[in-house]
Ligand binder design. Structure first.
Ligand code: CO
Length: 134
């Protein structure tokens, strides 16, 4: 079912400061800030040779990550994203194993414009997992 590691997402208290730190201290290739109004997040992509890191900050006042930042004021790892071959088949299998899918079970387009779902952290060892159609 899972194929490639896609990204790890980190919620940060100050996106500009985090972008600067990754660029200056770690010498990383960083994107400009993108605002995803419909997802309620602003994101900076840190491009690595084999994967990427997404630095996220709440956007707007109904952001799904506001509470997370409130509980983790210095920032923290929010989720990991792994690709799957067929997201619809994945949903069927997950349901069979009684793995909870957050929100709507129908895959919705994520930040990369590909269908994604999120698995309940309580069903996966305290880790929020995003599955993305490859
Ligand atoms: Co993600």
């Amino acid at each position: 079912m899972i194929t490639k590691f896609n990204h790890v997402a980190i919620v940060v208290p100050d996106l500009n400061a985090a972008k600067k730190k990754y660029k200056e201290v770690l010498g990383a290739k960083v994107s400009k800030i993108s605002n995803y109004v419909e997802h309620g997040v602003s994101v900076v992509f840190v491009e690595l040779e084999n994967t990427k890191i997404e630095l996220m900050h709440p956007y707007g006042n109904k952001s799904p990550i506001s509470k997370f930042l409130e509980n983790n004021k210095n920032g923290s790892i929010h989720h990991i994203c792994i690709e799957v071959k067929d997201i619809k088949k994945s949903v069927e299998k997950l349901k069979k194993y009684r793995i909870r899918i957050l929100g709507d079970e129908t895959p919705k387009n994520g930040a990369h414009n590909k269908p994604v779902i999120f698995l309940h952290p309580k069903d996966f060892y305290g880790t929020l997992i995003e599955l993305e159609q490859e």
